[in-house]
Write a protein that binds this ligand. Structure first.
Ligand SMILES: [Zn+2]
Length: 169
């Protein structure tokens, strides 16, 4: 599944491209609603090209790259995704800008709200019966719903970044 480039939906006001070391961080940023593509194979030149053409801040573990392009990049020091998120939260105040669960964590496309009728047969039956809020990805056709997964993510951010418990409400 290809990455979606240059989406128009930009509520958070920030756009990123992650280098090949930061795939998990890219996923977490998307869960928080940030437009974040992942450049797994293209290397430095591809990162820079994307940064220029789509006005994305490069998130990189490559210190040399970050030093050479300080206006376009942010060096991520931590090796673990928890530390990486904390670093970003400290300098960019993610919570204030986050629009959680508004973007596909798989392919980065903005999600579209869906009715219960629309998701019938496309989500597990108990989810169809018990959940009320659904959304789907128009690009990779993943379906999302509020439930235990959302709760776990909310809890994780509260534990990890000391965000208040109602941060996503
Ligand atoms: Zn998707």
């Amino acid at each position: 599944m290809g990455e979606r480039r240059g989406s128009q939906c930009d509520q958070t006001g920030m756009k990123f491209v992650c280098d090949s070391m930061l795939g998990r961080l890219a996923r977490w940023l998307r869960i928080l609603g940030f437009d974040c593509t992942y450049e797994g194979e293209g290397g430095e030149s591809a990162l820079l090209r994307l940064s220029v053409s789509e006005e994305r801040t490069i998130l990189t573990r490559n210190r040399k790259l970050a030093r050479a392009h300080p206006e376009r990049s942010m060096w991520i020091e931590s090796e673990r995704v928890e530390g990486q998120l904390s670093e970003m939260d400290r300098s960019l105040h993610l919570r204030r800008r986050a629009v959680p669960f508004s973007r596909c964590s798989v392919c980065n496309a903005p999600l579209i709200p869906a009715t219960r009728e629309r998701v019938k047969g496309k989500v597990p039956y108990y989810v169809y019966r018990t959940c009320e809020a659904f959304s789907y990805c128009p690009v990779c056709h993943h379906h999302y719903w509020e439930g235990t997964h959302h709760e776990a993510i909310k809890r994780k951010m509260t534990e990890l970044l000391k965000w208040p418990e109602d941060w996503a409400d």
